[in-house]
Design a protein around this ligand. Structure first.
Ligand code: EZ4
Ligand code: CO
Length: 403
């Protein structure tokens, strides 16, 4: 039996911060797992280094389910983004190792391809409506079949989801949290108009998505969803914070606009009611933040019973390691919907070398064994950690809103 002989936590910042776990076995096989939790990176790095790595040494790398249960139940303290991101990193690295040992790409271990590629959606945005329309045209030209549209709300500088300049959209933008102003009234006045402008200009032959980023009450969300019905959105994302799962019943009663939720969830228990009562159409959990391939597959399988499709989170704060894991999983599950995808900055690829490919608006996994991602640790050492936080949102009266 091979054993785990080494597990190392690598923190690096090629373009943005990433935390990676690299596990090595007595046979010299290595596996990678993403452990990046935007704005709380070092908490996961410490959890792994101080409390998980010592438990891994000497274990059988082949026993993925047993290791998952051992780390989840054995901690006694369950769930939470830090714990579940740490477990995800171990789980992903062990699947990578299993694939390399078998000489098979991960999708083969997960039952083989149910489709050729995973349709992705890109992030179009603009400081105003004209800029947004230009950006949608750019994604259409690149062959994207699904596009998320976000425009800056007039009078609220720093609106979420809007790219500044030519680079990629990167919300974790400051060494201490940037404070941004939010007005629900201004947003509700403005958003339906620009989404309608997108349909007027480009028609209905592509999937249009929109992210509300937890900003509305259930009542406001129901009203917005109803106003957007004729635009036939692919989904309205995170219309309201989802800790109160039953609040989605009210949104459902108000509108047939499809709903996607789950990028901040970390376990099956966070979405059990949303799925089993069919209060959402798409579940957005990601491999990195919801306990790895083992646990996300369980969530996707539950969702399939209720005709809820998948739409995993895939912003730039997910490293190419978890993006590869997501693509392998996406091509195997029967209830795949769409995969979020934001290209990383070129400098990120000086450290992480993925082999998945974007063709015709879909990501295709390679046939390389395991995840098919390599990490250049020497290059990683040239990019030290830089503290970066997500913004905080405040209303006009100064009180804190959901970001
Ligand atoms: O704000 O990943 O749908 N995507 C999103 C993201 C999140 C960031 C938070 O780290 O909402 O852009
Ligand atoms: Co989102």
């Amino acid at each position: 039996m091979a054993t785990i002989t080494d597990a190392r936590v690598i923190v690096t910042s090629p373009g943005r911060n990433f935390v990676t776990l690299k596990i090595t076995t007595s046979d010299g096989v290595t596996g990678l797992g993403d452990a990046t939790l935007n704005g709380r990176e070092l908490a996961v790095a410490g959890y792994l280094r101080d409390h998980v790595v010592p438990l891994l040494i000497g274990r059988d790398p082949a026993r993925i389910e047993d290791t998952w249960q051992y780390l989840y139940k054995g901690a006694y303290w369950r769930r939470g983004p830090v714990t579940m991101t740490a477990i995800a990193a171990v789980d992903t690295a062990l699947w990578d190792i299993k694939g390399k040992v078998a000489g098979l790409p991960l999708y083969e271990l997960l039952g083989g391809k149910a489709r050729e590629g995973a349709m992705v959606y890109g992030h179009a945005s603009g400081g105003d409506v004209a800029e947004l329309l230009d950006d949608i045209a750019r994604f259409r030209d690149l062959g994207y079949q699904a596009i998320r549209a976000q425009a800056a709300v007039p009078g609220t500088p720093g609106s979420y989801g809007v790219r500044h300049g030519r680079g990629v959209y990167e919300p974790a933008n400051a060494s201490l949290p940037d404070e941004q102003m939010w007005s629900t009234e201004a947003y509700l006045d403005f958003a339906p108009g620009y989404l309608a402008a997108v349909r007027e200009r480009f028609g209905f032959h592509f999937h249009l998505l929109h992210d509300v980023h937890h900003r509305l009450t259930p009542t406001e969300a129901g009203r917005l969803g109803r106003r957007l019905e004729d635009l036939r959105l692919f989904w309205m994302e995170d219309p309201t914070p989802a800790e109160l799962q039953e609040s989605f019943r009210q949104i459902r009663q108000a509108t047939t606009t499809p709903i996607a939720v789950g990028e901040v969830f970390n376990s099956i228990w966070d979405c059990q009611q949303l799925i089993t009562e069919r209060l959402i159409d798409y579940i957005r959990v990601s491999v990195v933040h919801a306990g790895g391939i083992t646990h996300v597959r369980r969530i996707f399988n539950l969702a399939e019973l209720y005709q809820v499709r998948t739409g995993s989170h895939g912003a730039t704060d997910l490293s190419p390691v978890s993006m590869a894991a997501a693509v392998h999983l996406d091509v195997t599950v029967p209830n795949f919907g769409v995969q979020e995808y934001m290209e990383h900055e070129p400098v990120t690829h000086e450290v992480f070398r993925p082999t998945y490919e974007l063709r015709d608006g879909a990501l295709h996994p390679s046939t390389a064994p395991g995840l098919g991602v390599e990490m250049d640790e020497e290059a990683a050492a040239h990019f030290p950690y830089e503290p970066k936080y997500l913004p905080v949102s405040r209303r006009a009266d100064g009180s804190v809103h959901d970001w």
